[in-house]
Design a protein around this ligand. Structure first.
Ligand code: NA7
Length: 532
């Protein structure tokens, strides 16, 4: 701190979700003067904002929690295999990481100060803060987007985006409810709201390959059993491709006999969580023929579950294969369409023309609604960064650096942005997020500790480092069917004019490979970076 005595803080952190909370904890352990800014009124990030009915984990609860504190592992009990949003928000609050957090503070600008090698942050109220280091913990799914449909503001009923759900309960009792969007969020909201709504209409543009979540309560005895297995759970996550408890089957889909394949998939279909995706034959993600076979298997299940043949066919994706987008997990989603008060509208064949004062007007039908729910997604990954005016050395804008897609070193550093590290930045390992967060935060805190101990006041990635990492990320993406499909994972958001082109937004190689490369940099005392 002696080095930074003219600055307000040693470290500033933006965001109080999982990344920001754990970063703060590590900075406290280092005894650094730290401040966290959070736009929301409390901790939780994703779990603070996404309070929509039905919001819950698709990761096993006990693979999602932090592993850094034995005390927390001993004290916290999960009540379900896949916890709901209220429980997860309680978990975030329970962590007790609020000291040095400033809530209701939206950072609008972050400028690197060349003369002092420091960061200057500005908030919405015009207040300013300076520090040596900046750690961005702004999430990958943060800036929600509204659909680009005319008339949204004309609507006179209740309207909500799922990512800005009010804290007061919303009643659907005898209401006519519309949901636009059938991603992971729309599917979770639909299957919950259908339980109480008077009438529900789902507006679908693209169907998704969704599979049963198979959630179940956790009894106290079972929780004790899980607790005793934590080391094993975290070991599995550390070794797996994308930090989940599931390991893919190395057999080639096409070399397994049809009977054996059918038995394997029938068993898999009964399993919990992402096992059906991540524990599947690995080559369904790379081989179109293998992918088609499993997609057909899932299509048959949808046909068995949905009574009306038109609805069933409309709910089956035709233009993308299974698992090429994030697979939403469901609990009774398909059966919801068997209820007489539920209707599916295919906006591809019957497009939405506008939102009217009373509801939604499509080409064929003029609908009236009491409530419209927008489950229309996010300006993902890079959107969190472009929402803030980041300026690096010589006033260079981060947005300008990334016009052709993100370019980073390890997803942690950006060229021209010294002393700034990103937790869950583009081209970083995502997967089961908390596992990746724990690693990235540990890397960042060891790096900041090193800088402190070696009186380093300037640290930046090299141009070559960025070239090499960007090339590596692009190489890891080769052959994965997911990159041939529009989704938030390929950076596409059809509601945003500048996001119509696919990019490689995330690192898609194995997580252990990511950690090995990042660890090598740390072990070699960060000599890959320019340090002064
Ligand atoms: P997603 O997965 O981006 O889904 C957004 C949904 O909204 C998707 O079905 C879109 O259809 C639909 N959408 C968006 N704009 C429109 C318009 N204008 N008209 C009709 N339909 C529209 O976001 P989620 O919130 O569900 O999930 C994000 C992640 O959060 C999820 O993957 C988990 O990791 C957690 P489209 O597919 O673009 O045709």
């Amino acid at each position: 701190s002696e080095l930074n005595k003219d600055l307000d803080y040693d470290v500033l952190i933006i965001g109080a979700g999982l990344s920001g909370m754990y970063s703060l904890h590590r900075m406290h352990q280092l005894g650094l003067r730290t401040k966290v800014f959070e736009a929301g009124g409390d901790v939780g990030g994703t779990w603070y904002w996404n309070r929509y009915p039905g919001a819950r984990f698709d990761s096993e609860s006990y693979s999602y929690n932090f592993s850094f504190s034995q005390e927390i592992l001993d004290e916290w009990n999960w009540s379900e295999h896949f916890a709901s949003q209220p429980e997860t928000l309680r978990y975030c609050e329970f962590l007790g990481l609020r000291r040095d957090m400033q809530f209701d503070t939206r950072i609008t600008a972050a400028y690197f100060q060349d003369k002092t090698n420091s960061w200057l942050l500005k908030d919405e109220q015009g207040r300013q803060y300076t520090s040596r280091f900046l750690v961005t913990c702004i999430g990958i799914l943060n800036n929600y987007t509204m659909p680009n449909i005319p008339g949204i503001h004309d609507y006179e009923g209740e309207a909500y985006h799922t990512a800005r759900w009010p804290s007061v309960p919303v009643s659907f009792e005898s209401k006519r409810v519309a949901i636009i969007g059938t991603g992971a969020t729309g599917i979770q909201a639909t299957q919950e709201i259908v339980k109480t709504a008077g009438h529900l209409t789902v507006f679908q543009r693209t169907p998704n390959w969704s599979l049963p979540l198979r959630n179940a309560p956790i009894s106290p005895e079972e929780m004790d059993e899980i607790r005793s297995q934590y080391p094993e759970i975290f070991r599995k996550c550390a070794e797996s491709y994308s930090c989940f408890m599931h390991v893919s089957d190395t057999r080639n889909t096409l070399e397994v006999s049809p009977e054996e394949r059918q038995t394997f998939w029938d068993d898999l279909y009964e399993k919990r969580g992402f096992e059906k995706w991540l524990g599947n034959f690995g080559n369904i993600n790379t081989n179109k023929e293998a992918n088609d076979l499993f997609s057909d298997f899932v299509a048959k299940k949808i046909r068995q579950r949905v009574k009306d043949p038109w609805t069933a066919e409309t709910l089956i994706p035709k233009c993308h294969g299974f698992g090429t987008k994030r697979v939403p997990l469901e609990s009774g989603y398909f059966e919801a369409y068997n209820q007489p008060n539920v209707r599916l509208v295919d906006v591809k064949s019957n497009p939405i023309e506008c939102i009217s004062k009373k509801g939604i007007r499509t080409r064929d039908v003029d609908f009236e609604f009491d409530i419209i729910i927008y489950a229309t997604g996010f300006d993902a990954v890079t959107g969190s960064f472009t929402a803030i005016d980041f300026q690096g050395v010589g006033g260079i804008k981060l947005g300008d650096r990334w016009v052709e897609g993100p370019r980073t070193f390890l997803g942690l550093f950006v060229e021209g942005f010294p002393n700034m590290t990103m937790v869950m930045g583009p081209h970083q390992m995502f997967g089961n997020i908390p596992r990746s967060v724990e690693y990235a935060v540990s890397w960042v805190s060891r790096f900041i500790e090193y800088c402190r101990d070696h009186h380093i006041t300037f640290a930046e990635t090299t141009h070559q480092g960025v070239l090499d990492w960007t090339e590596h990320v692009h190489n890891c993406a080769i052959g994965l069917l997911a990159n041939d499909v529009d989704s938030w994972m390929t950076g596409v958001n059809k509601n945003l004019a500048h996001k119509q082109k696919r990019i490689i937004a995330r690192y898609q190689g194995p997580a252990p490979g990511y950690r090995k490369r990042a660890e090598d940099v740390a072990t070699r005392n960060y000599e890959d970076l320019i340090m002064k």
